[in-house]
Design a protein around this ligand. Structure first.
Ligand code: NAD
Ligand code: MG
Length: 395
């Protein structure tokens, strides 16, 4: 078997580490051609020693030379590159078969788009790319024959629960709607009064999943589910009315598809991202992921609730920008990134994250059919507006 050649964008993050864990179990199937990270250079060095990629991309030029020196001393020929252009370069390398898009936030959009335009098999973890530029992104997928496979556990579950030949026509496939499950995060039952003073570490202590800090805060506000609603709209060509959210605290059912005849098809498993990663890497085959089999008697109960839009205003904001369309999702995403970063820095109270996003949406001019430069401009403007708001909040 010829080995699949991989580029892993965001190799040093939570999804990146899980991806390399699965890859390392199948040296006969996968070969890492390039990996990228922002500033965890020691981790990158170890990853290079283990996987011997041809290219490694660091975030900052200042880190390139020292890493190169360490690699040469270790007898490795890996070429070290730096910066956003290099990310796009390794995402589109002619020899690469599949690209894991696991950079967090808007920074992931340009290299993910480069992989799409190069017609790669794209394993999409970076939901922010689809939230910002869903219409354009999907048009490029079609135009370049890229194969898009969802890594987000909910979307991977929906993908597995839809007919194998599903091509974006819900009505023709007998699909009534989908149900995205949400754990409700660490604050599902926390007294509302307490939410005023919760700390970044409390917000990042997710009950079921171990993830990067940005997405962990998004889970605590349920903005993560909001972003996933928008992501599902584009991945599966659904209307907002065809996407429901259900709280399921155990995170065992990863999502469901309701068919018109009453059938509901779901994917279940232990909450470990190596399952959707292995699924997408091997699709349509199956490979071992390292995840333990599901033991239902140990789990014993599966619970469900309706989401509380008052406790989680970010979820409502996401539905609002989905219905508005245009540049609104990009503005929401940018304002959220700024507000979450300020919260993680200890500068912004938890409950003000939604307020900053609402105020930013009110201030950035709406554009109905932005092209990619206009989306990136809306992203920049929303960051400026949201940062100003955060600073004024503090003053
Ligand atoms: P993380 O913070 O653990 O890792 C992010 C990666 O992106 C790191 O390798 C980091 O070096 C890189 N990065 C960050 N900023 C960068 C920049 N400006 N330029 C280049 N590289 C940069 O995040 P994560 O939890 O692994 O999440 C990655 C993506 O996957 C996110 O979009 C997230 O929403 C999505 N996702 C994550 C999970 C999960 O379980 N962690 C589940 C579903 C979806
Ligand atoms: Mg998810």
């Amino acid at each position: 078997m010829t080995r699949q050649k991989l580029t892993i964008l965001g190799a040093t993050g939570s999804i990146g580490l899980s991806t390399l864990d699965v890859v390392a179990r199948h040296p006969d199937r996968y070969e890492v051609l390039a990996l990228t990270g922002n500033n965890r250079v020691d981790v990158m060095f170890e990853q290079c020693v283990q996987h011997r990629p041809r290219h490694a991309v660091v975030g900052h030029e200042r880190d390139a030379e020292p890493l190169t020196a360490r690699l040469r001393a270790a007898g490795l020929a890996t070429e070290v590159l730096a910066g956003p252009q290099a990310l796009e370069f390794v995402a589109a390398l002619p020899e690469v078969d599949a690209v894991m898009a696991a950079i967090v936030g808007a920074a992931g959009l340009p290299p993910t788009m480069a992989a799409v335009r190069a017609g790669k098999r794209v394993l999409l973890a970076n939901k922010e790319a689809l939230v910002m530029a869903g219409a354009l992104f999907m048009a490029e997928v079609r135009a370049h024959g890229a194969v898009l496979l969802p890594i987000d556990s909910e979307h991977n579950a929906v993908f597995q629960s839809l007919p194998a030949d599903y091509a974006g026509d819900a009505a023709n496939s007998g699909v009534s709607h989908i149900l995205l499950t949400a754990s409700g995060g660490p604050f599902r039952t926390t007294p509302l009064e307490r939410l005023k003073t919760v700390t970044p570490d409390e917000a990042c202590a997710h009950p079921n999943w171990s993830m990067g800090r940005k997405i962990s805060v998004d889970s605590a506000t349920m903005m993560n589910k909001g972003l996933e609603v928008i992501e599902a709209r584009w991945l599966f060509n659904l209307t907002p009315e065809q996407i429901q959210v259900v709280i399921h605290p155990q995170s065992v059912i990863h999502s469901l598809v309701q068919y018109v005849d009453g059938s509901v098809v779901a994917e279940l498993g232990n909450p470990d991202m190596r399952t959707p990663i292995a699924h997408a890497l091997a699709w349509p085959d199956r490979v071992v992921s390292g995840v333990a089999p599901l033991d239902l008697p140990t789990i014993a109960h599966l619970d469900f609730e309706r989401p509380d839009f008052e406790r989680f205003p970010c979820l409502g904001l996401a539905f609002r920008v989905l219905r508005a369309g245009g540049n609104a999702p990009a503005v929401l995403n940018a304002a959220n990134e700024i507000a979450v970063a300020a919260f993680l820095d200890g500068k912004l109270p938890f409950l003000d994250i939604a307020r900053i996003i609402t105020a930013t949406l009110d201030r950035v001019v709406f554009a109905e059919t932005p092209d990619l430069p206009a989306i990136l401009a809306a992203d920049v403007e929303a960051r400026t507006v949201a940062s100003d708001l955060v600073n004024r909040w503090l003053a």
